[in-house]
Design a protein. Sequence first.
Length: 132
Amino acid sequence: RAFPEPTTRQVDFILADRSSDSFLWGNWGSPRLRSTGWSRRLVDRADLLLPLERVEPFDVVVVASGSGVLRLEVSGASVAAWALSDVPRELRVRVPARAWRVPLAVLTLAPGVSAEAWVASLSLVRVPEFGS
């Protein structure tokens, strides 16, 4: 389960920490210390597998840096595209309940053409009025 308890408000995947490895699939680079902190390079499209018990809206928060554009898909549908900068910054989007799949949702991060993307963390935050 992505959320260990029904009352958990937020789940953080610290991508430099090997404890997140069991959720990662595809083209994630190894954790690497850069001048801006620990992160993983996206070699190409990379997935985060999220075991969910129910569908609900979530805010997806990605801390990333690089150049070019970083795209986010949930269950194959495009939900956001962000311009990256040299300095890590928080990128956030609210993803409606209909985008998620139970029992396993797939969140995909994909760098644009000629982009270089480094991801430090990814968080799922329950929408206050919906969460337990």
